[in-house]
Design a protein around this ligand. Structure first.
Ligand code: SF4
Ligand code: SF4
Length: 384
């Protein structure tokens, strides 16, 4: 099995749409399906929260729409949607706030809220943990899926990108509920790979255009980390290969990212660099111009968990800690905690119940004020 990935340099924000078109054109011959014959093309950006930095940039949506228009696709056949992390917000709320909704209106693209239809219950054959999921009807119905992830660090999953972006196919609060199937970083990696395996099996016609123009890194990702310009656009049809290339550019070992490691072990795509042909900018050039990607460290945690049968892991496992000076007492974190591990009363600070906490960091991911940080449980972890 082999695949092709294009890498394009883009030095400014305004150049993104042209770079996106250029990246798609480079791999055009490898796309085995015909966009012009489809009645239902779904664009799936990352619409995590109403913070622009946490979402796919507008230029990526504009670039894909321009490409589709140029090859003769009717915009009546094109849909765009996502399900944000916050259960009480719709994709359209986020899209309106960051400007993607306006782009859809301008071009006649149909915006679809993943929560507006009853989700479809699907079995996942061969799943390790997530044996069945509820998938947004818009995803189930589409015959071409265009994935538009943005590379970001992730407190629990280490990074979010091409594979992790599909977590949004699960509507609303169900996402947080499914976190309960993977209570450690390794287990959650298996859950993410299970979810991706449904995509691989059920959605054969896929294209990914990957936002590496400005990435998010550091310990507060994916909701509010530090932004860094990488000036790159990637395109391809194999998400595992795309994530591996993105990590290689950022000098991060794929085996240190649980869902990527699991995806490689389960052959959910092209899992080694030897079988990936790079078009456009070479991988070496891309690496040379790019600083190291700063992600939260999971390696030591995983190692200790493996070595000590989870005893050491209890001590170093991370739990959320409130930064009171930043907290605006909105209660968003409590509403999205899948383990009901946060007590909240109006006009008070949230209280984290460490014994109930499964360290999923949905709370930190969705806090608009970046008022939640991770810290180790310490020796008290023994008694949790
Ligand atoms: S921690 Fe964040 S989400 Fe929770 S109440 Fe404070 S500001 Fe709101
Ligand atoms: S308190 Fe935060 S990290 Fe703990 S279970 Fe709830 S959402 Fe997850």
């Amino acid at each position: 099995m082999s695949t092709k990935i294009s890498i394009i340099n883009v030095n400014d924000f305004d150049g993104i749409p042209d770079a996106v078109i250029g990246a798609i054109k480079l791999i055009e011959k490898d796309i085995h399906f015909d966009f012009t014959k489809s009645k239902n093309i779904l664009l799936k950006p990352n619409l995590l929260t109403t913070k622009k930095d946490a979402c796919t940039q507008l230029g990526f949506v504009e670039g894909v729409i321009s490409y589709l228009k140029a090859i003769g696709v009717s915009m009546g056949n094109v849909y765009l949607g996502d399900s944000p992390g916050q259960s009480q917000k719709l994709g359209s709320d986020v899209a309106k706030e960051i400007g993607i909704y306006e782009i859809c209106e301008t071009h006649g693209v149909n915006f679809v809220d993943f929560e507006s239809d009853i989700p479809i219950n699907e079995k996942i054959e061969g799943a390790l943990r997530l044996k069945e999921i509820h998938v947004a009807k818009a995803v189930k119905d589409c015959d071409i899926l265009i994935n538009l992830p943005r590379l970001k660090s992730h407190l629990e999953a280490t990074m979010t990108g091409a594979i992790k972006n599909y977590w949004g196919i699960i509507p609303g609060g169900l996402k947080a509920h499914y976190h309960l199937f993977g209570k450690t970083a390794e287990q959650f990696g298996e859950v993410l790979a299970d979810n991706f395996s449904w995509i691989v099996k059920n959605k054969p016609n896929r294209l990914t255009v990957y936002d590496l123009q400005e990435i998010m890194e550091g310990r507060m990702g994916p909701g509010g980390g530090k932004m860094k310009k990488w000036d790159l656009v990637l395109a391809g049809t194999d998400e595992l290969a795309l994530d591996i290339v993105a990590l290689e550019i950022g000098k991060i070992k794929s085996k240190n990212v649980p869902h990527i490691k699991n995806g490689i072990e389960r052959n959910l795509g092209v899992g080694n660099l030897e079988n990936i042909e790079i078009l456009g900018l070479s991988l070496e050039e891309a690496k040379k111009q790019t600083p190291k990607f700063k992600v939260p460290g999971n390696t030591f945690t995983s190692f200790i968990a493996y070595m000590s049968g989870h005893i050491g892991y209890k001590i170093i496992k991370k739990i959320p800690e409130l930064i009171k000076s930043k907290c605006i007492q909105c209660g968003e974190c409590a509403q999205n905690c899948p383990a009901e591990a946060i007590e909240f009363e109006t006009n008070n600070f949230p209280i984290f119940l460490r014994k109930k906490c499964i360290s999923c960091f949905c709370c930190a991911e969705l806090c608009s004020e970046s008022a939640i940080k991770a810290r180790s449980r310490g020796l008290a972890g023994f008694f949790d």
